[in-house]
Design a protein around this ligand. Structure first.
Ligand code: FAD
Length: 138
């Protein structure tokens, strides 16, 4: 079985309320659990940054569904790579929004506002990994 990690960012078509994020995460968590996909989602300033990890075909199909979702557009893949094993297994879909740690981590990466389009592959990957330790309850 080939396991891959796909990272992408996108722009929400409107400001996401807590209820909107809850809706996305409830669907994601229930669906990802049944298809054995895990990952991490960050949302701030109308940008999403997400990691999806799982079996190659499954992640490809899921990504195409997600990219088609009218709640966001300008969906851009940052990276797509084969990995030995998933790194986000603890959370079928983790989530982190604005927090002191979020701002601090952005600063470490030289960003004053959340702008995934300006992140390198490594920066996006490190950001998601580190934020998985500081999740927001939704
Ligand atoms: P349905 O829920 O019946 O959706 C039918 C169509 O309506 C789909 O095109 C769906 O995108 C759209 N839709 C659903 N709810 C709304 C709404 N409230 N407003 C507008 N359009 C809506 N799903 C996962 O399974 N795993 C993930 O990790 C995941 N991550 C996501 C990350 C982001 C940033 C976004 C925006 C969505 C994410 N989703 C995720 C949701 C995903 O896009 C689909 O909604 C979900 O897979 C269910 O789609 P469906 O076609 O099976 O069913």
């Amino acid at each position: 079985m080939k396991i891959i990690r796909l990272l992408y960012y996108s722009h929400a078509t409107r400001e996401m309320s807590l209820a909107d994020l809850k809706d996305i995460l409830e669907t994601a968590r229930s669906n990802n659990n049944s298809i054995e996909v895990c990952g991490m989602l960050c949302y701030e300033q109308q940008y999403f940054l997400q990691a999806l990890e799982g079996e190659r075909e499954t992640v490809n199909e899921l990504y195409l569904d997600i990219a088609d979702d009218p709640r966001h557009d300008e969906v851009v893949i940052i990276s797509y790579e084969e990995i030995a094993k998933p790194t986000f297994t603890q959370w079928k879909m983790g989530y982190a929004g604005s927090s002191a740690q979020f701002t601090e981590l952005l600063k470490e990466l030289g960003q004053s506002t959340f702008s995934p389009a300006d992140m390198s592959v490594d920066q996006a990957s490190i950001f998601l990994q580190k934020m998985s330790a500081f999740q927001t309850d939704v």
